[in-house]
Design a protein around this ligand. Structure first.
Ligand code: SF4
Length: 194
């Protein structure tokens, strides 16, 4: 795979029409954060607010995510990058279909190739199944680190799932504590901010 530079990637991704989601989107949601990050968070796809604003995780789920990340010194403004498996909103917030994921994954692959993260955190089932293991079970495997292609990968709960079931919050927070410990152990320039 030829790796694009960041500007080319952003420009081409924003005009992509490779799947049906192009017909119903308002904005292509490429990603947000610091391009030199050692840690990436990957969700499944934009929701309504994200589609309107062109930024991932800006609705209620995103606000919860930001709060939980802040508690472990992580922020989209300082030390992480956040993206999704698909860059355009699936209508009605349905799961992105396999062929949509397949059409879109090249953008994420390019983002990963440019950023070269040490750790990827998959937010929710769709992302973990796509990136870690097709049979990934978030409820059983969340918080476990798996090495793939030289990157440590971990799955955890999607913020929308935590909003639906607040009982998941302590387990999700434990995952973030494990993440923070792993960052401290292996990352070279990530500064936690409080
Ligand atoms: S979801 Fe991805 S592949 Fe489909 S149109 Fe949007 S950017 Fe292109």
């Amino acid at each position: 795979m030829a790796v694009m530079d960041w500007d080319t990637l952003t420009e081409q991704c924003k005009s992509c029409t490779a799947c049906m989601l192009a017909e119903t989107r308002t904005n292509v949601v490429v990603g947000v954060g610091v391009a030199e990050s050692e840690v990436m968070f990957i969700g499944e796809g934009p929701g309504e607010q994200e589609d309107l604003k062109g930024e991932p995780f800006v609705g209620r789920g995103g606000q919860l995510l930001d709060k939980m990340l802040a508690a472990v010194g992580l922020s989209r403004h300082h030390n992480i990058y956040i993206a999704n498996i698909v860059k355009c909103r699936p209508p009605g917030n349905r799961d992105p279909l396999p062929d949509e994921q397949e059409a879109c994954i090249k953008w994420l692959r390019n983002q990963v190739a440019i950023i070269r993260p040490k750790i990827i955190v998959c937010l929710g089932r769709i992302s973990a199944c796509r990136l870690i293991d097709p049979n990934y079970k978030v409820t059983k495997q969340h918080g476990e680190f798996v090495s793939k292609g030289g990157i440590l990968m971990m799955g955890t709960f999607h913020p929308a799932a935590i909003l639906r079931n607040p009982n998941l919050k302590p387990a999700a927070f434990e995952d973030l504590i494990r993440l923070r410990d792993k960052i401290t152990e292996i990352c070279e320039h990530t500064k936690l901010v409080y």
